[in-house]
Design a protein around this ligand. Structure first.
Ligand code: C2E
Ligand code: MG
Ligand code: MG
Length: 740
């Protein structure tokens, strides 16, 4: 190559030994540069492949990348070596043994593969790393020296052992360093990652080239004959070298491109998977949100919001198809009592059972059952006529008749139902719900455990009630219209009047004299009851004081007290002040509380009752038998009197069962040292039976209807003088014959 002399490395100086002449040799620097480039490219390729192998998801892909990596590395290093050899220019003719050359490629390839597999384990130990470096380093050196042995010249060759050891150390050391760097590379990102990748590749490529040239430096060639003729042999090695370099670079380049394409594809796949995962997460979140928004977690029924949505859809459907729909509004009777007495957990348990009983009564999945909160349920059904709605309501009421086991007690719950029908009772959901609610209100007014259809009178009634509330408030504020009637309660033994029950009335300007059933509920619903009962208490005490002045000093008065007042601590003070201002002795006053009121917050009520009792005021349990009270409850309360409800004696003449119940109640009450009053006595037979059973006191139309205060003195006088209802049987008989 004329003109290129300046560009050739003079590798070894003159060296004479045993009369032999060291041969001059040099390297073509262009080719050396090419060799370096190939080595660096191979290192870069293997870094890419290692990355792919660790990121690939399928094991087969990992294997492919490992093999490709090993091949790129081995091929690259081998090509580097081969090109460097071709860069070596000697005055002697050089030939290469093809078999050994290919064998050297095999050595480096196998060691690269072994190193790759040693690096496979995720938690790489230092020992394993060293082992890989050792195998690969020895691989490089072995390839170099076996490759060198493929070179045939007619000169003698000799290796300097220091050079050989140095080249081996560099090969192992560079491999170890490169492996460490490859691992460190995993924790870098972005531009840093790219920079390090190239830096490692160039450094390692340079080191491997270094191994080659240290190996070359260790090689001493000399002419066996001492012939130093420096005839230049023209070779076309550099063309071969260029070809090998181009082919190798092309192969490495396409491997790297394959790795880059694969990386992009994998990223795309990951992105897609991430988007899919995000979408499904979003879906789940939306669904659980809907669940929360539209379902009642306690009973798993839909809630009011869910119901409204379905109701709107159903309404549209029904009106398009000219079909009827029924809305059943349902309220568990006396649920609050259960909640108050047995606790909220028991209440929740009860609601769950009831919910499943109601759902069980539904006909198909088309029937919509919802819980509106508290103890309110709503059911929506498609119907052909009203009878279907009625039989559905009856089925629900029937299904609730199974006793429910709760907190160790068996109880039977009842329900009140109000029904409205589309399109007869309304065309919008709010109208239909309002009308079903009104019908429910009516059912409750009817003594509960009943069902009612909406009728237009109910709307009139509702507005009437609103008006009554207004007027009652006014009556209380101005103290006009309200008055008390008194009903005597007599002692069965002597037939004497022992006390009077004060019963409130309202002289309404339009509707005339109203009984408490017309306004007590309204007063209770609107917080007017406190004021009303306070008014009754004061009025009754004052009236009794007036009676005392007329000579009735032994009489007592019983005043009714709403359940809602029993939770007010001020009640005790109000009683005290009523007694003080009227000058009535406390033992002459009795407070009547219904059994249901006592079932509320028992610990709180019993404390208040004890306070009232401590003042000397008597306490009476009213309407006994209509609630759920048990003996255990009654024993905890400071009671004096028990009033058996009218319903037990209505059929006492004909029903032996009722008679037995009354007898049992009287025995039980007497064991608890309670005085027994029976209310609602209308016939002499009832009176006689009660007298036989040992009842102490009676009250009822038979003796007298409740009368106004003005009529009281005369009535009392009359009852006092006749003694008609004493246990002297002649008087009773006399009365009986008078009637017939
Ligand atoms: P209650 O305390 O059980 O009063 C007895 C009710 O039975 C009274 O009805 C009375 O008129 C009625 N009665 C008495 N004897 C007979 C009879 O032989 N046959 C029949 N069929 N009924 C009889 P009234 O006056 O309509 O009172 C109804 C309820 O209203 C009372 O039941 C009581 O719970 C409540 N009430 C009355 N006055 C007041 C009051 O001032 N405050 C409160 N919170 N409630 C009151
Ligand atoms: Mg009463
Ligand atoms: Mg009563």
């Amino acid at each position: 190559m004329p003109g290129m002399e300046w560009f050739k490395w003079q590798f070894f100086g003159s060296h004479v030994e045993h009369g032999q002449q060291t041969l001059n040799s040099s390297h073509n620097l262009y080719l050396v540069f090419l060799a370096w480039l190939v080595a660096c490219a191979a290192c870069l390729a293997v870094l890419h492949m290692v990355e792919r192998a660790s990121n690939a998801e399928k094991p087969a892909a990992k294997t492919i990348w490992r093999w490709l990596g090993a091949s790129c590395l081995a091929g690259g290093i081998w090509a580097m070596h081969f090109i460097s050899m071709l860069a070596f220019e000697s005055s002697h003719e050089i030939r290469y043994n093809l078999g050994i050359t290919i064998g050297s490629l095999l050595i480096i390839w196998v060691s690269a593969l072994v190193a790759m597999y040693l690096l496979k384990q995720p938690g790489l130990s230092r020992a394993r790393l060293m082992m890989a470096a050792l195998i690969f380093g020895i691989g490089i050196a072995s390839m170099h020296y076996s490759g060198m042995s493929a070179m045939h010249t007619n000169s003698l060759q000799h290796y300097d052992p220091i050079g050989v050891i140095l080249s081996l150390l560099l090969a192992v050391g560079a491999s170890y360093w490169a492996l460490l760097m490859t691992i460190a590379l995993r924790s870098t990102y972005g531009l840093t990652h790219q920079f390090f990748k190239y830096a490692i590749s160039f450094a390692t490529g340079t080191a491997i080239l270094g191994v080659h040239f240290i190996g070359m430096w260790a090689l001493h060639t000399y002419s066996p004959t001492g012939d130093t003729a420096q005839g230049h042999i023209e070779t076309n090695h550099w063309q071969l070298a260029l070809m090998v370099a181009i082919i190798t670079l092309l192969l490495i380049g396409s491997s790297i491109s394959a790795a880059l394409v694969d990386k992009k594809l994998q990223q795309k796949e990951h992105d897609l998977a991430r988007v899919n995962a995000l979408l499904s997460q979003l879906d789940e979140a939306r669904m659980s949100l809907q669940q929360v928004a539209h379902y009642d977690p306690l009973t798993n029924l839909i809630n009011r919001r869910g119901f409204n949505q379905i109701f709107a859809e159903k309404l549209a459907e029904s009106s398009a198809q000219h079909r009827k729909l029924a809305v059943l509004f349902l309220d568990i009777d006396h649920f609050k009592r259960i909640n108050d007495s047995l606790g909220h957990d028991a209440g929740d348990e009860l609601l769950k059972t009831i919910a499943s009983q109601i759902s069980g009564a539904a006909r198909t999945h088309a029937d919509v059952v919802a819980r509106f909160g508290g103890d309110e349920f709503c059911i929506l059904i498609d119907i052909n006529d009203r009878d279907e709605a009625q039989s559905m309501a009856k089925r629900i009421m029937y299904s609730l008749r199974d006793p429910i086991e709760l907190a160790g007690r068996r109880m039977v719950m009842t329900t009140s139902i109000g029904i409205s029908v589309f399109p007869d009772d309304g065309t919008t959901s709010s109208e239909l719900l309002k009308h079903a609610d009104l019908a429910l209100y009516q059912s409750k007014g009817n003594g509960r455990n009943s069902l009612n259809f909406f009728n237009s009178n109910l709307t009139v009634k509702a507005s009437l009630e609103l008006q009554i509330e207004e007027e009652l408030r006014q009556a209380l504020d101005e103290d006009i219209g309200l008055l008390l009637h008194y009903q005597p309660i007599i002692d069965l033994k002597h037939g004497r009047v022992v006390k009077l029950e004060a019963l409130v009335r309202w002289e309404h300007p339009e509707h005339g004299l109203l009984g408490p059933d017309r306004f007590i509920n309204i007063a209770e619903a609107n917080g007017l009851i406190t004021e009303l009962d306070r008014w009754v208490l004061r009025k009754a005490c004052n009236d009794l004081a007036a009676l005392s002045r007329l000579g009735w000093e032994q009489l007592g008065v019983a005043v009714n007290c709403s359940a809602l007042n029993l939770v007010r601590e001020a009640l005790a003070d109000e009683i005290k002040s009523a007694l003080l201002s009227s000058g009535i002795a406390p033992h002459r006053l009795e407070l009547e509380v219904t059994e249901n009121a006592l079932m509320g917050n028992i610990s709180k009520t019993s404390q208040l009752l004890r306070q009232i009792r401590a003042q000397g005021v008597s306490l009476s349990i009213d309407d006994f038998g209509t609630g759920y009270s048990s003996l255990a409850y009654l024993r905890r309360l400071p009671l004096n009197t028990l009033k058996i409800d009218r319903s037990f004696i209505q059929d006492i003449q004909t029903s032996s069962q009722d008679l037995e119940i009354v007898q049992a109640i009287i025995v039980m009450a007497h064991t608890l040292q309670l005085v027994v009053v029976t209310e609602g006595v209308e016939t002499l037979q009832q009176l006689e039976l009660l007298s036989h059973c040992g009842c102490d006191l009676v009250q009822g139309y038979l003796i007298s209807h409740p009368v106004a205060f003005d009529a009281l003195p005369e009535l009392l006088e009359q009852l006092h003088h006749t003694h008609r209802f004493g246990s002297s049987h002649s008087a009773l008989q006399h009365e009986e014959s008078n009637r017939s």
